[in-house]
Unconditional design. Structure first.
Length: 337
């Protein structure tokens, strides 16, 4: 099945019967239905990014880059992707990288790290067969990261007030630092002293920073520990993390929230990167949660949350996009062979 917006029809999600807090055995999603959920998610990510592009006339920190990551994952997993459409998305989203080779801007509010640069760097590490980012572009991205690393070793999303940096995407400097570190080469592949020094500064900062208790930071810290030391036995931490799973099969961003596609999809994606088998009951339950909660248009219902003391806006377009991107990515990693 082609995942371009011209070749996939939106397939309605059948209603399911819940047995207490879990699905009845005969109502659990089939492999075909799960594949349809992936296809619908990919359609939504393209349609929604196109809509944003048409209305706003620009690439952003949110709409676009995760569509590219999802389509790159789809290609690697053998799904048919419209090459022209994919190339168009890549060209559009790379507009945000056009000036990242310049010196750091000293003006307050203009000196923060480029968010799409981080995610393009992650793409090169998460999707080894990708052809989106060239080695030269990756070198430019890493140079940008080094120039925009703070003196204390961290990376910061923005100097804007918390109301303009809503979680979970702009969760904290901890998240920004973990993601930036994951774009660096593994220990044995570090060939430049500046990369090695920047990496060590970030490690030192993380070792001293207070760990925030969110699902996102939990999975990213596990992924970073594995990246730092591939021989490390993370099984005890993985088991503790799986205790976060809710009775509905999903994961919540934080303890006082309900399950959603952002936390559940991101958890599945990272657990797969960590080598957790897809046939584990916890993984299967999370897959079921995503399949049965997906909307007919391929998105997932999401609500915004704010930092402490901040009342979140009712504008849900960005978080719906983010949640749907992670839901789709998690399903591809955990439910497709």
């Amino acid at each position: 099945m082609n995942v371009s917006t011209n070749s996939i029809s939106i397939v309605a999600v059948a209603s399911v019967v819940l047995c207490s807090s879990t699905l009845c055995a005969d109502e659990r999603p089939t492999a075909e239905r799960t594949r349809q959920a992936v296809d619908r998610g990919l359609v939504f990510l393209q349609v929604d990014a196109d809509k944003w592009r048409s209305e706003r006339q620009c690439a952003t920190c949110h709409h676009g880059t995760l569509t590219v990551l999802a389509l790159a994952e789809a290609k690697q997993r053998g799904l048919s992707v419209d090459a022209n459409k994919f190339a168009d998305f890549v060209t559009w989203t790379k507009e945000r990288l056009s000036k990242i080779d310049q010196p750091r801007d000293s003006r307050p509010g203009w000196s923060m790290v480029n968010t799409p640069a981080i995610y393009f760097g992650l793409l090169t590490q998460f999707v080894p067969a990708q052809d989106v980012v060239s080695p030269e572009e990756l070198q430019t991205i890493r140079g940008h990261l080094l120039r925009h690393q703070e003196d204390n070793g961290a990376w910061a999303w923005s100097s804007a007030p918390p109301v303009n940096r809503p979680p979970p995407f702009f969760e904290s400097d901890e998240v920004a630092t973990l993601l930036a570190l994951l774009t660096f080469p593994a220990e044995g592949e570090l060939t430049h002293d500046d990369l090695r020094a920047g990496r060590q500064k970030a490690i030192d900062w993380l070792s001293k920073a207070d760990e925030t208790d969110t699902t996102q930071t939990a999975v990213l810290r596990m992924l970073w520990k594995k990246r730092k030391d591939p021989a490390l036995d993370l099984q005890p931490q993985i088991e503790r993390f799986l205790n976060r799973q809710r009775s509905d099969g999903g994961f919540a961003q934080v303890a006082d929230r309900t399950s959603d596609a952002y936390a559940t999809g991101q958890s599945l994606y990272v657990l797969n990167l960590l080598g957790v088998p897809n046939d584990r009951p916890e993984v299967q339950r999370a897959v079921e949660y995503l399949v049965v909660t997906q909307r007919e248009d391929g998105s997932w219902p999401m609500t915004r949350r704010g930092h402490d003391g901040v009342t979140p806006s009712a504008y849900v377009v960005p978080i719906t996009y983010f949640g749907s991107a992670w839901g789709t990515l998690g399903l591809m990693r955990s439910a497709l062979k």
